[in-house]
Design a protein around this ligand. Structure first.
Ligand code: LLP
Length: 417
């Protein structure tokens, strides 16, 4: 089976990534299991690199999508920089070999003590509010160059919860407050070296990025020391057959044309940054799970898995569609199922999904689980988080151990009562 993807060519989806037998992988590492295909990550990165021709384009992988250190290392080796949103992500990035200069730090309303820590690390600051800008000015004067996260006031994205570039969203500084920003910048002599927007996630239409760009170009006239403009991300990937993904080559043409024009007016060639998360890792990942129970209810059959919203929250949180493959019975008769997790509350992964007959003990692969899968996983119901495995050069390598009961208990303190 194959479906249209985030690249212009169709991405072949295979159920034995790099020839690796998924059943065997499950036997070796157990289920549930997050499995990533390094070749897909590299292919997605090349899609981006090949689409853009401007020599000063930089991609900062949004670490939040998948923060495993081995994956970060792989991405770094492809010449990609990093975007982080917490000090912890910054530390993982440094540990994975990124230099502080390669890291963009985009916090959202974090304590200022964390800001001090990030500044001490030397990462690029991305300032999300006027109080933070004032804090940096007061404490550091003109010694810390800052990027400004502006709110473009554009409503776009695949779901209300991931639409973050409009004025009712908590993110960024409103364009209508630019005068106040300029006052603070002047007061402390702060160097503004970049402007940033991030409009949302799952944005299909390249025009949305072009529209956001125009708002940044207009704002840029207030800041003479810019070195880069960061257009964020939100590139949509295909989750199912027929899904239309962001056309990356089209996006590249659109953005590069307007950017070069802008640079001419601005008087200097600036760097053009993007911060893709999903596009780089979504397609690479599978959540492999075992079918624990098939419950034949009147009207519909339920397939229970040994995983749930604790490991993959996207269906419950964003009503996200994830394709499911019956790995061990691919040729069974197609039947409708509700696929559900083992968590003790409504925990629906798919509704009325046609799948080849599912039997207890079958292995299923939930696709597009590379982005915001493990990174949003929790220990709800005191469940253990899965192991992670990376298929690299044809070999399945463990990159995170499955949690144990000790991990669940290790920070708990049993007091005498
Ligand atoms: N840059 C910034 C500042 C961001 O906030 C994000 C994502 C990205 C880059 C990467 O966006 P991407 O290329 O992955 O769309 N958990 C949701 C997505 C939330 C994204 C939050 N910000 C999901 O599973 O769909």
């Amino acid at each position: 089976m194959s479906f249209s993807s985030s690249t212009t060519e169709a991405i072949p989806t295979t159920f034995s990534p790099q020839g690796v037998d998924l059943t065997q992988v499950c036997q070796q590492f157990g289920t549930p299991l997050y499995l990533y295909d390094a070749d897909v990550i590299i292919r997605q990165i090349n899609t981006l690199k090949n689409a853009f021709t401007y020599s000063k384009v930089k991609f900062k992988y949004a670490a939040k999508a998948l923060t495993n250190i081995s994956v970060l290392k792989l991405i770094r080796q492809q010449g990609i920089d990093l975007d982080v949103v917490s000090i912890q992500e910054a530390h993982i990035g440094l540990k994975a070999g990124f230099s502080a200069q390669q890291i963009m730090y985009t916090p959202s309303g974090v304590p200022f003590s964390e800001i001090d820590e990030a500044i001490a690390l030397g990462v690029q600051m991305n300032v999300d509010s006027l109080p933070l800008l004032r804090y940096i000015g007061e404490r550091y004067g003109n010694t810390v160059s800052c990027c400004l996260r502006l709110n473009p006031d554009i409503r776009a994205g695949g779901h209300a919860k991931i639409s973050v570039g409009h004025n009712e969203s908590k993110f960024g500084i409103a364009l209508s407050q630019l005068d106040l920003v300029v006052d603070v910048v002047k007061q402390y002599g702060i160097t503004i070296n970049g402007l940033h927007i991030h409009t949302g996630s799952d944005i299909k239409d390249p025009e949305v990025f072009a529209q956001g760009a125009q708002r940044l170009y207009a704002a840029a006239q207030h800041f003479p020391d810019l070195q880069f403009i960061d257009f964020g991300s939100g590139f949509k990937v295909a989750y199912k057959e027929g899904d239309v993904a962001t056309d990356i080559p089209q996006l590249a043409r659109l953005m590069e044309d307007s950017f070069q024009e802008f640079c001419q007016q601005y008087g200097r060639e600036l760097e053009m940054w993007f911060e893709p998360g999903k596009l780089i890792v979504s397609d690479s990942g599978y959540l492999l799970a075992e079918v624990t129970v098939v419950k034949e209810n009147p009207g519909i059959n339920f397939v229970h898995l040994d995983t749930g919203l604790n490991h993959l929250i996207r269906p419950m949180m964003y009503e996200a569609y994830h394709e499911i493959v019956n790995v061990t019975n691919p040729d069974g008769d197609l039947q409708p199922y509700h696929v559900v997790g083992y968590i003790c509350e409504t925990d629906t992964i798919a509704e009325n999904r046609m799948l080849p007959q599912v039997r207890q003990g079958d292995i299923v692969a939930i696709k597009n689980a590379g982005a915001y899968g493990f990174s949003m996983a929790s220990n709800y119901n005191a469940r253990l988080r899965p192991a992670e495995v990376l298929i690299h050069q044809g070999e399945a390598k463990l990159i995170r151990q499955r949690e144990t009961m000790d991990d669940i208990l290790q920070n708990q303190i049993e007091i005498s009562l």
